[in-house]
Design a protein around this ligand. Structure first.
Ligand SMILES: [Zn+2]
Length: 364
C-alpha cells in the first residue's frame, strides 16, 4: 500500500524533484517546459513537466493535470506522484496511454498563488482573445472595491466585508460566489481576472494535448483542484449539462458523486474559459470524458480572505517584503492543509477516481 504522507511536498521545487524521480522510476518519458516569462521567489527557473507512458497509438488515453491554479498544486502533485509510485498502477492495462502534466502553472505553485505570472486565472483564460469581446460580470463590477481593496487596513477590510455581506443578503450566497469567482476581464489587478491574452500555460496546454492525445479515440481527463467544499472531500465537477453525453459518461465512470456546474448542483460557480472546456475542441475526433477533482479545505470566507490579501500583496505591496510572510502562510494553508488526515483523504480519493477512469476508458 502506498503511504500517502511522503507523496506531498513542502514547495514547488520539492514537488518537481519528487515528480521527476517518480516518473523516471516508472519508466515514463518526460519533457520539461521552461516558462520563459517567470522566475521563482529566489530567481529560480520554473518548469511544467510532462510524463508520458504507454503506446503512442493507444485508442484510449488518460490525462492528469496538477497546478492549473498554482498553489492548488500541492494536492494534485501528491496524487500524481502517488499514481506514479503506486504498485497498483502496475496492474493498469498496458494499452492505455497516460499523460501527466505536473504544475501547469509553475509560477503560481512556486509563489503560492492561484494565478499566473500575469495575475491571470488560467481557468478563465481559455476564451477568444482575438475578438476583444469578453464576457461581462456586472456583479464583480459592483463589488470590485470590496473584492480588491486598495489596502488591508482593518477599517478598509471591515467596510469591504460589509459590502459583500449586504450583496449576499440581497442576492444570496451563491450569487456572491458567482460575482467574485466566475471570472472578469476588465480589471487586470483584480481577482479571477481571465486575462487579455493567451497565457504561456494555456498555449503549452494546447500544444501538449494536441501532441500527446490526438491519436486517441477515447480520452479521460482528471484536473486536480483544491479550495471548495468540505475539508478533505473530493467533489468531481463536470462542466457539461446534466443531459450531455459527456456528463452521462462521467456519471457512468464515477457514479453519483459527479456534480455539474451547469445544473447548479456543484460547489463551483459556472465559469467560462476553463482549461477542461478547451479539450473537446483540441481533440475533435475523440470522445472526451472529464472532471475536475476539487478537494475541500476550509470555509469559502477563509479562502476568499487569503486570496484577497495575496492579490493585494502582488498588485500593490511587495511580495518579498516583511508583510509577505503572514499572507503567504495563509494562502498556502487555505489551499493546502498541511495535515496527515487531509493528505490521506486526498490520496485515497485520487486513487479511486483514477482507477475508475481507466476502467471507464477500457470498458467494452
Ligand atoms: Zn482551482
Amino acid at each position: 500500500m502506498t503511504d500517502p504522507i511522503p507523496l506531498f511536498s513542502a514547495d514547488y521545487f520539492e514537488a518537481r524533484e519528487k515528480f521527476l524521480s517518480a516518473a523516471a522510476a516508472r519508466g515514463c518519458a518526460t519533457t520539461s517546459h521552461l516558462n520563459p516569462y517567470a522566475k521563482g521567489p529566489a530567481g529560480e527557473a520554473l518548469f511544467t513537466d510532462v510524463a508520458v507512458i504507454g503506446p503512442d497509438d493507444a485508442a484510449a488515453a488518460l490525462l492528469m493535470i496538477s497546478g492549473t491554479h498554482g498553489v492548488e498544486g500541492y494536492a494534485g502533485s501528491g496524487a500524481q506522484i502517488g499514481w506514479l509510485r503506486s504498485e497498483r498502477s502496475d496492474t493498469w492495462p498496458r494499452d492505455v496511454k497516460i499523460v501527466v502534466i505536473h504544475a501547469l502553472n509553475p509560477y503560481g505553485f512556486a509563489w503560492n498563488r492561484r494565478v499566473t505570472e500575469d495575475n491571470v486565472d488560467l481557468n478563465r483564460n481559455f476564451v477568444d482573445h482575438g475578438s476583444g469581446d469578453y464576457p461581462d460580470n456586472p456583479g464583480y463590477e459592483e463589488l470590485k472595491h470590496a473584492i480588491a481593496p486598495a489596502d488591508l487596513k482593518p477599517e478598509t477590510l471591515k467596510a469591504a466585508d460589509d459590502t459583500l455581506r449586504a450583496y449576499s443578503k440581497k442576492h444570496g450566497a451563491f450569487a456572491l460566489q458567482e460575482a467574485i469567482s466566475k471570472g472578469q476581464y476588465a480589471h487586470p489587478g483584480g481577482m479571477y481576472f481571465g486575462g487579455a491574452r493567451e497565457q504561456w500555460s494555456a498555449g503549452l496546454f494546447r500544444f501538449i494535448v494536441r501532441r500527446e492525445l490526438s491519436r486517441a479515440g477515447r480520452v479521460g481527463v482528471v484536473d486536480f483542484h483544491t479550495g471548495l467544499g468540505p475539508y478533505g472531500y473530493g467533489e468531481l465537477i463536470s462542466e457539461d449539462a446534466a443531459d450531455a453525453p459527456a456528463y452521462l459518461r462521467a456519471r457512468a465512470w464515477w457514479g453519483d458523486t459527479v456534480r455539474s456546474t451547469q445544473a447548479g448542483d456543484s460547489v463551483s460557480a459556472q465559469v467560462l474559459g476553463s482549461v477542461d472546456s478547451s479539450v473537446p475542441g483540441l481533440l475533435p475526433r475523440a470522445q472526451v470524458t472529464m472532471a475536475a477533482l476539487e478537494y475541500g479545505t476550509y470555509s469559502t470566507r477563509e479562502i476568499f480572505q487569503a486570496l484577497r490579501a495575496d492579490n493585494w500583496l502582488h498588485a500593490m505591496g511587495n511580495p518579498l517584503g516583511p508583510e509577505a510572510k503572514a499572507i503567504k502562510t495563509d494562502i498556502r494553508c487555505a489551499f493546502y492543509p498541511d495535515k496527515d488526515d487531509w493528505k490521506e483523504m486526498v490520496w485515497q480519493r485520487a486513487e479511486a477516481v483514477l482507477t475508475q477512469a481507466v476502467q471507464g476508458l477500457t470498458r467494452p
